[in-house]
Design a protein around this ligand. Structure first.
Ligand code: AHR
Length: 574
């Protein structure tokens, strides 16, 4: 503290050209003797949504696409393979007994001395690395009297075999079988053959392959390189599972967290709402296996030291799509989902949902503190539903901070109406979304200077500077966008008394399978690439103080004078 007082007023001189005139000198004053408001530990966070193949085909390291044949076209991603003139057959079967994933396939190879089966193409190919181990797991059942011999082959982009392993399906009951194979080559567009070797007949309901090398070496876990990018941001929170994915195109395809927990192979496959959303980037093979489900999200949050911030559906489908509504007197299941989620995250292991958490390997609570009710909803229909749900949730769990929405735009009638209503309801936090031009971000560096300090706090839950209006393919993660976000973020930090959480959106994009642009982090099946926008986020989040330090230029906040923007913070404990 002594040293801090000595530095009470820090004067920063900058020479710059451009607008201020050649070599004009500007003097900033950072007054450390008058520390401003507290900065919440959640100030800089991340927003995860399964868009752009961020989960399946992204962070979730599963390499087999359509592993339980649950896509609309049940053999999408798979093709028949015959070796040595094999004669065989693939039949699509249905359990007929109401399983979550109700399909399986029967593969019959009629010709001894040949191989017959299927090839999986992966998510726009499989990224396979030389010397790395890949773990294959399948649920199968032998139909022949003798054990069914299965050979699995890793293939490069020219379909040359770069690794091979065999296993025997021995039981006439459904059982899991595992085998590992090491690749002798690196390929960005590999694939996997699963072949019945010799005459044989077997059923398969699930065929999966993961790299051995995953984040924290968790079996069937996440891509280590992608999670590392998140960990490096030291995010204060992670919001999940989105976005519009929470809402669904219609209510039947909304995100339902209870369907994403328990054994991964039993989680019911569902179409991803980004499958057909944009005609210019349609993705007919985009489904959700939910291998990355709510348990995995909580675990990820814990791993990277981020507060978990789940967002749940409030009885409304996406208003850009069907806008389906659940009648107010039928909202109970939605509210119950919220109550049960809090129990799943925080409840004692003797409770129903706390017990499931324990069974899934995490008896300790996840310490959930925030919960979003609805995503980008608008209108009185949202207010009515938020009111019903929030009242019940808050009665039972007053310690949980609820997040409400303010619609899809950062201003206008919908926005003003919702902010007014949320103020009246004394909401904890209001989520704002802005995908706007770089110019908007610069002009809005003072946005929060004038917000009502007695009203709800702000969650700047989704933002990104779009060089083109809307998420057009031609938008780019360029320096202009990144710098304008940085300028804007100085305003978030300066107003940390009212802005408690913020996150760029979307987080991830698979360069071969994206729908939305720009995005914070891009990847293919082998590599990951950070954008300028990522480094802006990182600059703020890894230099996060605990108190705001006022920075002035001629006694005014530095928010656009001569194109300059500045903010400062200091870290009290250190
Ligand atoms: O981040 C992409 C989408 O933008 C989100 O799903 C939605 O909330 C917003 O419209």
């Amino acid at each position: 503290m002594k040293q801090f007082r000595k530095l009470a007023v820090l004067v920063l001189s900058l020479f710059f050209g451009a607008i201020g005139g050649l070599n004009a000198q500007k003097t900033f004053t950072a007054d450390l003797s008058k520390p401003g408001s507290m900065i919440q530990p959640t100030m800089w966070g991340i927003f995860f949504e399964d868009i752009n193949f961020a989960a399946d085909g992204g962070i979730y390291a599963e390499m087999v696409k359509n592993r339980s044949f649950g896509f609309y076209k049940p053999l999408m991603g798979w093709e028949t393979v015959k070796q040595q003139n094999a004669v065989g057959d693939v039949q699509l079967m249905n359990f007929g007994t109401g399983e979550n994933n109700n399909r399986y396939i029967r593969i019959t190879n009629q010709t001894p001395g040949t191989r017959f089966g299927l090839r999986n193409e992966g998510f726009r190919g499989m990224g396979i690395k030389k010397g790395e181990q890949y773990n294959i797991r399948m649920k199968a059942k032998a139909l022949s009297k003798e054990p069914v011999h299965v050979t699995c082959e890793l293939l490069d982009s020219s379909k040359n075999v770069i690794g091979s392993v065999s296993l025997n399906i021995t039981s006439s009951d459904w059982a899991f079988y595992e085998a590992s194979v090491v690749s002798n080559l690196t390929t960005p567009k590999g694939s996997l053959n699963v072949l019945i070797d010799g005459a044989g007949d077997a059923n398969f309901s699930f065929i999966s392959m993961f790299p051995e090398n995953t984040w924290k070496n968790r079996k069937y876990g996440f891509r280590a390189d992608l999670v590392q990018m998140l960990a490096d941001l030291k995010p204060g929170f992670i919001r999940f599972p989105g976005g519009c994915i929470v809402e669904g195109h219609e209510l039947s395809t909304r995100y339902q967290w209870k369907k994403t927990v328990g054994e991964p192979e039993d989680r019911k496959v569902q179409i991803n709402r980004w499958n057909q959303e944009f005609s210019w980037r349609s993705a007919p093979d985009y489904f959700q296996s939910f291998g990355m489900g709510f348990f995995e999200y909580f675990l990820l949050a814990e791993d990277i030291g981020a507060e978990p911030v789940p967002i749940l559906n409030c009885g409304m489908a996406c208003q850009y799509n069907t806008g389906e509504l659940v009648p107010l007197d039928k909202l109970d299941p939605y509210t119950q989902d919220a109550l049960d989620l809090i129990e799943f995250a925080n409840g004692d292991v003797s409770t129903q949902w706390g017990k499931l958490r324990k069974e899934m390997g995490h008896p300790e609570p996840f310490h959930l503190k925030f919960l979003g009710v609805g995503n980008e909803q608008w209108g009185s229909q949202y207010v009515e539903r938020f009111l019903v749900m929030s009242k019940i949730i808050q009665e039972k769990y007053p310690e949980i901070k609820l997040i409400s929405g303010s619609g899809p735009s950062p201003s206008g009638d919908k926005f003003d109406y919702l902010w007014g209503k949320m103020g009246e309801m004394n909401a904890d936090l209001v989520d704002e979304h802005y995908y706007m031009s770089p110019g908007w971000f610069l002009a809005n560096a003072r946005r929060y200077d004038t917000y009502d300090r007695k009203g709800p706090a702000v969650f700047a839950g989704e933002y990104a500077a779009h060089d083109k209006e809307g998420n057009y393919p031609s938008s780019r993660n360029n320096w202009r966008a990144a710098l304008s976000e940085a300028a804007f973020m100085t305003g978030l930090e300066r107003n940390a008394d009212i802005v408690h959480l913020s996150s760029y959106a979307p987080l991830f994009a698979n360069i071969n399978a994206w729908q939305w642009n720009p995005d914070l982090i891009w990847f293919n099946n082998l590599e990951v690439m950070a954008t300028p926008n990522y480094y802006v986020q990182k600059m703020f989040s890894t230099h996060k103080g605990t108190r705001v330090v006022p920075v002035t230029l001629n006694k005014e906040a530095v928010a656009g004078q001569d194109s300059l923007y500045a903010s400062a913070s200091f870290d009290e404990p250190t």
